[in-house]
Design a protein around this ligand. Structure first.
Ligand code: FES
Length: 165
């Protein structure tokens, strides 16, 4: 009786573990490809969207016309143009020690609360200690969809010209 109960309990435990593992695993296609598709058509100017790609936060910021007209060439070189709009797309991890900076809409910049580092709206470091701009993840633009994880032509150009690490 004890053995029979043990066997039944064992089967139940394996079944429960299998069900738990299935619920933890991402969908096979997502896992295999490692891509995240982001529909940018609903993005609002100066409102930061944070997506997740490969366990990392990805900042997506649609710039206002004022932000675009007042920015430098270095800022423009980092712009991702989607359907005519200018976006900042960057891995949301501070290049100092990896904290997640917060976006300040009123100042249109990022503040890293860990050690006071700052980045402008394009993700360029403007106040130490961060040693470099926020890193731009591999991306591809497909209509109004931003595909994170796929290195499109725009991304390759940025990488080759040293705009991003
Ligand atoms: S981790 Fe961001 S300033 Fe240190």
């Amino acid at each position: 009786m004890g053995k029979a109960f043990g066997a039944v309990a064992g089967v139940g435990a394996v079944g429960a573990l299998y069900a738990m593992k299935r619920s933890w695993d991402p969908l096979p296609s997502v896992k295999a490809a490692g891509f995240t598709n982001v529909d940018t058509s609903t993005c609002v100017e100066n409102k930061l969207v944070v997506e997740k790609w490969r366990g990392k936060p990805i900042f997506i910021l649609k710039k206002t016309a004022d932000m675009v007209s007042s920015q430098t060439e270095a800022d423009s070189a980092r712009d991702v143009i989607i359907d005519g709009a200018h976006f900042t797309v960057a891995i949301g991890l501070c290049t100092h020690l990896g904290c997640i900076p917060a976006y300040r809409e009123d100042r249109t910049d990022f503040l890293c609360a860990c050690h006071g580092g700052e980045f402008n709206a394009s993700g360029i470091d403007t106040k130490l200690p961060p040693p470099s701009p926020l890193v731009i993840p591999p991306f591809k633009v497909n209509g109004t969809t931003l595909v994170l994880g796929e290195a499109g032509e725009e991304y390759k150009k940025m990488k080759e010209s040293g705009v991003t690490a």
